[in-house]
Design a protein around this ligand. Structure first.
Ligand SMILES: Nc1ncnc2c1ncn2[C@@H]1O[C@H](COP(=O)(O)OP(=O)(O)OP(=O)(O)O)[C@@H](O)[C@H]1O
Length: 338
C-alpha cells in the first residue's frame, strides 16, 4: 500500500475551562490514504470537530494540541511553525466548516470571496481568478451568472455548494468537510453528497467528511474512522468497519440510523445512555457503561487489536466480534440493562 496522505498518531487536544481540562481528543490514531473519502463519525461531543480543526490548526483560543503527530506529506502539522501551516491552508488542506454560513461572509459577494482565495492565496491574476471562479461554479452545478450574488441570495444547499467550490479553489490534496449536509433536507443532502463524491473521484482529492450520521458515511465514504469519547473506537475500509463492525459501539450505531437511500432498514434501536464527561472520563473502556457486551476486564484500558490489516479496534473483545455482531443485530440486546 502506498504511503497515506495523512497519518494521525496519538493525537491529544484539550480545552482549558477555568482550572479544568476537557480532554476532547485523547490519543487518536488513524490514516487517510490518497484519493479516499473517509467518514469521521461519532455522537455529538465525541471530538470529531476538535480533530478536524486540529488537522488545520484552526483551534479555539482555549484549546491546545498537547501531544501526538499529524503527518501530512512528510511534515508534522502539529509542530511546523504557524507561517508554514498558514501557507498550507487552502493550497493543500481546505476546510468546509459546519455551517456554510460560517465560511461565507454575508457582506461580500461570492465572487469577491473566491477572488480573495484565488488571488491572495493562489497568486492568480484578476482574469485568471474570474475564469477559475466560473469553472468552480460549473463544477458544483451553479450558473456562473450567480457569482455576483451575496450568500443570503442562495438556498442552503447552494450555499453548501459554494462552500465546496471555495474549498476546491486551489486544488488542495485534502478537504475536511464538517457536517456538510446536516442542516439540509434528505433530497438536497443526497444531491450534495453525490456531487462531492463525483468531484472527489474526478479530481482524486482526499476528503474527510465529519458527521454524526452513519448513513451519510455509508452513502459515500470508502473508509471510516469511528470516534467515541475522544478516542478512535475503530477505523478501516467501509467494508470492514460498517458492513462487519468489530467494536460494539459501531454495531450499535449501525442499528440507530435510518438508511439515507430510503431503503427499509428495520427498526431503529438507539444506544441507551450518554457518553462520559470528557473532563473526567471513567477508567478503562469509555463505552463500558453503555456496552451490552461489557465484562469485568473492560474496566481496564482496552488494547488496540488489528482484527485485519488496516482495521484497528479499541476493544478487549475485538477478536470475538463475529459472535458479538450476531447478538448486536437483535433489538433486545440493546434494550437489556447493560
Ligand atoms: N471551546 C471549547 N471549550 C471547552 N470545551 C469544548 C470546546 N469546544 C468543544 N468542547 C468540548 O470538547 C468535546 C468535543 O467537542 P467536539 O465539538 O469536538 O465534538 P463533536 O463530536 O464534533 O460534536 P458536535 O458534532 O456536537 O460538534 C465536547 O465535550 C465539548 O463539550
Amino acid at each position: 500500500m502506498s504511503e497515506p496522505l495523512l497519518s494521525v498518531r496519538d493525537l491529544r487536544v484539550s480545552y482549558q475551562v477555568g482550572r479544568n481540562f476537557v480532554h476532547a481528543v485523547d490519543g487518536a490514531s488513524f490514516d487517510i490514504p490518497r484519493g479516499s473519502i473517509t467518514g469521521l463519525v461519532g455522537e455529538s461531543g465525541c471530538g470529531k470537530t476538535t480533530v478536524a480543526r486540529a488537522l488545520t490548526r484552526v483551534i479555539a483560543e482555549n484549546a491546545a494540541i498537547t501531544g501526538g503527530q499529524i503527518l501530512f506529506d512528510g511534515k508534522d502539522l502539529a509542530k511546523i511553525p504557524e507561517k508554514e501551516m498558514n501557507a498550507l491552508r487552502w493550497r493543500d488542506i481546505a476546510f468546509v466548516p459546519q455551517s456554510a454560513m460560517n465560511s461565507l461572509d454575508p457582506v461580500y459577494t461570492v465572487e469577491y470571496q473566491l477572488d480573495e482565495v484565488l488571488r491572495r492565496r493562489g497568486g492568480l491574476s484578476r482574469k485568471q481568478s474570474r475564469a477559475r471562479s466560473e469553472e468552480l461554479f460549473e463544477m458544483v452545478g451553479i450558473d456562473a451568472n450567480r457569482l455576483n450574488d451575496y450568500p443570503h441570495q442562495f438556498s442552503g444547499g447552494m450555499r453548501q455548494r459554494v462552500a465546496i467550490a471555495l474549498a476546491l479553489a486551489l486544488d488542495p490534496k485534502l478537504i475536511i468537510a464538517d457536517e456538510p449536509v446536516t442542516a439540509l433536507d434528505v433530497i438536497v443532502q443526497r444531491q450534495i453528497l453525490d456531487q462531492l463524491k463525483e468531484l472527489q473521484t474526478r479530481l482524486g482529492v482526499s476528503v474527510i467528511l465529519v458527521t454524526h450520521d452513519i448513513s451519510v458515511v455509508a452513502y459515500i465514504c470508502d473508509r471510516t474512522v469511528v470516534m467515541y469519547a475522544g478516542k478512535v473506537a475503530e477505523s478501516g475500509t467501509m467494508q470492514s468497519t460498517l458492513t462487519a463492525p468489530s467494536h460494539p459501539y459501531t454495531m450499535g450505531l449501525r442499528n440507530a440510523f435510518p438508511d439515507l437511500q430510503g431503503a427499509a432498514s428495520g427498526i431503529l434501536v438507539p444506544i441507551e445512555g450518554a457518553p462520559p464527561n470528557l473532563a473526567n472520563p471513567p477508567a478503562g473502556c469509555r463505552f463500558k457503561p453503555r456496552c451490552p457486551f461489557a465484562l469485568d476486564i473492560c474496566g481496564t484500558e482496552p488494547p488496540v487489536i488489528d482484527v485485519a490489516p488496516g482495521h484497528p479496534v479499541l476493544c478487549h473483545r475485538a477478536n470475538e466480534s463475529a459472535a458479538l455482531r450476531i447478538e448486536a443485530a437483535k433489538t433486545e440486546t440493546w434494550m437489556a440493562p447493560a
